[in-house]
Ligand binder design. Sequence first.
Ligand code: PLP
Length: 358
Amino acid sequence: AYNFNAGPAALPLEVLQQAQEQFVEYEGAGMSIMEMSHRSGLFEQVNNEAQALMRELLSIPDNYRVLFLQGGASQQFAMIPMNLIQEGRPAAYVHTGNWAGKAIKEAKLIGETVIAASTESDDFKRMPSLSEIDVPEQASYLHLTSNETIGGTQFAAFPDTGNVPLVADMSSDILSRPIDVSKFGLIYAGAQKNLGPSGVTVVIIRDDLVERSPKSIPAIFRYETHAKNNSLYNTPPSFSVYMVGLVLKWIKSKGGVAQIDQYNRDKTKLIYDAIDQSGGFYRGVAQPDSRSAMNITFRIHSEELEKLFVKESEQQGFSGLKGHRDVGGLRASTYNAVPLESCKALVEFMADFQKRHG
Ligand code: PLP
């Protein structure tokens, strides 16, 4: 299928084929990776190798830890304030849509929060400019969502937050473009879009923030617990970690994150151009300077036609083009593993649909 699902999303075919070959027996061990002790040398190697590849691909400095956790990005919405809010210092949040909103809601349950910027008055159709973001000097941290998966908006650059740690939800754009990790205190991402299957969440955290974890919260929710135990405090999602390792190797084989970024830009340009050149038949949802290279949100003037678009697209082998149920419309998610050929096929389908229904 031409898979444009928002998540879980397309995985590289080569990765799936390799996993299939190793599914029943991993590396001559006489068993599947799923059947193996997470304390075994073989699994430890898988765990360490995935971490090392993450470090290499994102040039992660030595004073950061890479953790593989469970509970999805949603659990991070809670763990971040639990671990990082300090007495008398509010947590600052940039409100940019559905996912930022969920992170804010959880943080409010834990401690004092302030909104450093919001684009709600623009229906979240854009990201704030960097000068709009007001970082309180005393903040425990500043949280932002680098790519809003539902709205289809993405930060093109990140604010300088000085001594205030910058925390970013990169669930839907991690490893899609180069980033300067040293600008961030903590980066987190559920794996199921750009990194692998669901079940594992990657957290990249600076050492001084690991040390902030208060002793008063349960061990399983403390970053310090997981950092001290190399992400093996309890039974990890071993198959998902193994798959993330394969996806990271695939990214490396494609020339790394800079090459993937260029490829992604070529893919999305095709689709945004098709929208912009449709004479108004298709309308992009996000403002042009905030457009996401991962989730392309667009509309047709009638909901009936949008429904028909989804139905016909499915008949022609496309999957996942229906917009999120909270906002409606149409959405094409073009994560790393979506091939250029799928985007070309979508553009052809869009032109043909317009010809027949425009
Ligand atoms: N943050 C963003 C930007 C997302 O796109 C998603 C899921 O789609 C989440 C958080 C929630 O992730 P999870 O389902 O892993 O909890």
